[in-house]
Design a protein around this ligand. Sequence first.
Ligand SMILES: *Cc1c(COP(=O)(O)O)cnc(C)c1O
Length: 346
Amino acid sequence: MGGTGLAALDRFDRLSLLDGATPIQRLERLERALGPAAEGVRLFVKRDDLMGIGGGGNKLRKLEFLMGAALAQQADTFITTGGIQSNHGRLSAAVSARLGLACELVLTRVVPRDDTEYRRNGNILLDGLFGATIHELPGSADALAVAEARAAELRRQGRRPYVVGSGGSSPVGCLGYAACAREIAAQQAAVAPGGFARIIVPNGSAGTHAGLAAGFAALGLDPALVHSFTVLAPEAAARSRTLDLARATLALLSDTASLEPDAIRVAGDQLGDGYGLPTDAMFEAVRLIARTEGLLLDPVYSGKAFAGLLAAVRAGAFRPGDAVLFVMTGGTPGLFAYRCAFDPDA
Ligand SMILES: *Cc1c(COP(=O)(O)O)cnc(C)c1O
């Protein structure tokens, strides 16, 4: 594997958007609620939903490096893409507001929902509060091409736009999760002295998984500890995108470390009918952790991935003594865009 450490990480421009390491907490009430299947299995969450800007969530880690790069290039406008309920859009808007950058979001109607809650509540409501300009397009539109065209137009006016695609999952953005791998490695001894048997994350634009895998590989730790559940691309496509992105991220960090294809573990069994479409297992997962731990998952990403974790525990995938870490990636505002799905009779 040829781990070379993560000293290279500190050579990148980076903005501090987190207040130190996010906590790792044990889910003892949930363990008890799972009964005999979870006997002796310790479940932990890394609280990446607990961050101080714009409602928090995993995109802030990527934005530390993306905004660092944008400011180094003297950008005055941050442009990015996503779905109508993009958490990345919301957090890009929040951080831009804080930095005094203009923010333009190119959002596509990729989820077949036309109700007012989906179109106006949740993340998109907050985008407006943070002062972002929204360009709304049909689901079939090439959002990145539109974003690039808008950037070209702004450049002609003498402005300095910085463009990144959906989820902020460029190799530079993924460095945020390589930094998170280092953070987890440093926290592990205190919470799970034997180490984590598995680290579970949702997989949308693949940057969270890719960054963690690259970070662990650079540290000489096992990237195959990270398992993701795709909520967007079909399994094979998600796996190859994650591998490509992890390799591109690792190349920024090390000349010698490498990643083998079988180190990238992506499961497709929680995707259901597709991106942004609820599954029964998602509803059950969101309700179970809410009622046992008072914690909030989101309906699009972490709810589906946590359903995958619950299914694995119930299927006996872990042994007594195993410590399993789930990365809570945020996305709470998305719940408000899914009110009619959670509460269909109201
Ligand atoms: C974007 C997002 C994810 C997925 O992260 P990727 O890096 O895009 O794979 C997971 N959870 C939430 C809440 C998100 O907003």
